[in-house]
Design a binder for this molecule. Structure first.
Ligand SMILES: [N-]=[N+]=N[C@@H]1[C@H](O)[C@@H](CO)O[C@H]1n1ccc(=O)[nH]c1=O
Length: 249
């Protein structure tokens, strides 16, 4: 039975600039955040010829679901799988992304890796021209995946990612070496192969070597700035088509 397609067109009558939504996927420590930072820096540098360009980045880790008491105990022992799709509140992420696409201001919580929980700090994301969403499984959930105007997959070798991950987890996340390696072998590596790597096929652009790949990042920034230069009427109605796609199967 086909439901009435949702109507996300604004009711207040003015043309809100629907942001250009970019998904950035890849394995843990692949350089997703750094790629996002470099894209934001390079777009910011272009603002001299255009009005103030607002480019913001949010992390899928802000949408980890809350844990039950027994899951929390397992997490503290490094025995909870934070790399499995079930660890995320994908419905909350979907809701927030649709609000962002509708030009609304949203609150995004900050995740605390030391306590393995959403902290009470949050960031306000104001309406922007470009919104980047980075995370290991941003292309895993079809309804989330369908919202992106551009999908990037950061493809960094697994040994490089592990070499980055070990010191980061020890220094920044208060873990010991044995726990980090056990977590990697028991959860991070198998979940990457089962859930993250298969989503590479959905990418529009695959970025080998991640943030070191300045040619790829420049090409991506050029594509985004071309999009931003077009007038609202020239912009592809993709976002309208996607947002109104009926949800019947
Ligand atoms: N553990 N582990 N793996 C996940 C995953 O690889 C990565 C996702 O950004 O963050 C890690 N992660 C997530 C939540 C948490 O509390 N601690 C943590 O290290």
């Amino acid at each position: 039975m086909s439901e009435k397609p949702a109507d996300y067109s604004l009711t207040n009558g003015f043309e809100s600039k629907t942001p250009f939504l970019i998904g950035v996927a890849g394995g843990t420590a692949s350089g997703k955040s750094t790629v996002c930072q470099k894209i934001m820096e390079k777009l910011g540098q272009q603002q001299k010829e255009q009005t103030e360009r607002r480019v913001v980045c949010i992390s899928q880790d802000s949408f980890y679901r809350s844990l039950t008491p027994s899951e929390r105990v397992r997490a503290e022992r490094g025995q909870f799988n934070f790399d499995h799709p079930d660890a995320f509140d994908d419905k909350k992420l979907l809701t927030i992304l649709k609000e962002i696409l509708a030009g609304k201001k949203v609150e995004v919580p900050e995740y605390d890796y030391v306590t393995n929980s959403i902290s009470n700090r949050s960031h306000t994301i104001y309406p922007a021209d470009v919104v980047l969403i980075e995370g290991i499984l941003v292309f895993y959930f079809p309804e989330v995946r369908d919202l992106f105007h551009m999908k990037l997959f950061v493809d960094t070798d697994s040994d490089t990612r592990l070499a980055r991950r070990v010191p980061r987890d020890i220094m920044e996340r208060g873990r010991d070496l044995e726990q980090v390696l056990n977590q990697y072998m028991n959860f991070v590596k198998p979940a990457f192969e089962e859930f993250c790597l298969p989503t590479k096929k959905f990418a529009d652009v695959i970025i080998p070597r991640g943030a070191d790949n300045l040619v790829a990042i420049d090409l991506i920034v050029q594509h985004i700035s071309e999009y931003l230069k077009r007038s609202p009427t020239e912009k592809p109605q993709l976002e309208y088509a996607v947002l109104t796609r009926s949800t019947s199967v």
